[in-house]
Design a binder for this molecule. Structure first.
Ligand SMILES: [Zn+2]
Length: 65
């Protein structure tokens, strides 16, 4: 059963620090921006999961690229 909120870990594309973000599996956006908790730089997140797995997958990159 898919949980409504999933947590995923990611490396900050700016400073490399490990971070964690939550994904709203029910109505969440496919792409969003959050600031890194360590270096405060804007990180773009995009869900890339195919739907075949219940585990959410995300891609991260630097905003502006
Ligand atoms: Zn960072």
């Amino acid at each position: 059963m898919t949980q409504p909120i999933e947590f995923v870990n990611y490396p900050c594309p700016w400073c490399g620090a490990p971070g964690e973000t939550s994904i709203d599996m029910v109505s969440g956006d496919r792409e969003w921006v959050e600031d890194c908790g360590v270096c405060c730089a804007p990180i773009v997140f995009r869900r890339v999961d195919s739907g075949e797995s219940e585990e959410p997958e995300i891609a991260v990159w630097r905003e502006g690229e």
